[in-house]
Design a protein around this ligand. Structure first.
Ligand code: FES
Length: 129
C-alpha cells in the first residue's frame, strides 16, 4: 500500500491557496517543536464568512497537504464552521494520513484556530457563537 493517498500527493504537489494576504483580518502561526515545521494562515473575513484564506507552510509533505486541504475546507464557509474544523476532518478529506503523520494535520487545525482568535481580538464587536 502506498504510504500517502492520491489526495495527499495531489495537495502536496499542487497546494491550493498558497501565499499571503497583506490586509488579512486574522493571522495565525503555529509550529511543532519536535519537527520544527511551521504553518501560517491568513484569513479575510467578511460578514462572518471566510472570503479568502491563504497559507505558508515550511514543513513536511503532510503539513503542506493538510494546510492546502484545510484552506479548501473553510473557504467560503461561515466563521462558526471554520472554528469547528478538526484535524481529523482534514485527514479524512485527504483520505487518511499515516498514524505517525497525524500531528501534521493538527498544525492546520491549530493555525486556523489561532487565525480566528486573532480575528476576534482585532474585531471585538464580532461575537463567537
Ligand atoms: Fe512536522 Fe509533519 S513532520 S508537521
Amino acid at each position: 500500500m502506498a504510504l500517502y493517498s492520491e489526495k495527499v500527493m495531489d495537495h502536496f504537489r499542487n497546494p491550493r491557496n498558497v501565499g499571503v494576504i497583506e490586509d488579512a483580518d486574522g493571522v495565525g502561526e503555529v509550529g511543532n517543536a519536535k519537527c520544527g515545521d511551521i504553518m501560517k494562515i491568513y484569513l479575510k473575513i467578511e460578514n462572518g464568512i471566510v472570503e479568502d484564506v491563504k497559507f505558508e507552510t515550511f514543513g513536511c509533505a503532510s503539513a503542506v497537504a493538510s494546510s492546502s486541504m484545510a484552506t479548501e475546507l473553510i473557504k467560503g464557509k461561515p466563521v462558526s464552521e471554520a472554528l469547528k474544523l478538526t484535524n481529523q476532518a482534514v485527514a479524512e478529506a485527504l483520505d487518511g494520513l499515516p498514524a505517525y503523520k497525524m500531528h501534521c494535520s493538527v498544525l492546520a487545525e491549530e493555525a486556523i484556530r489561532n487565525a480566528l482568535e486573532d480575528y476576534y481580538k482585532k474585531h471585538p464587536e464580532e461575537k463567537k457563537d
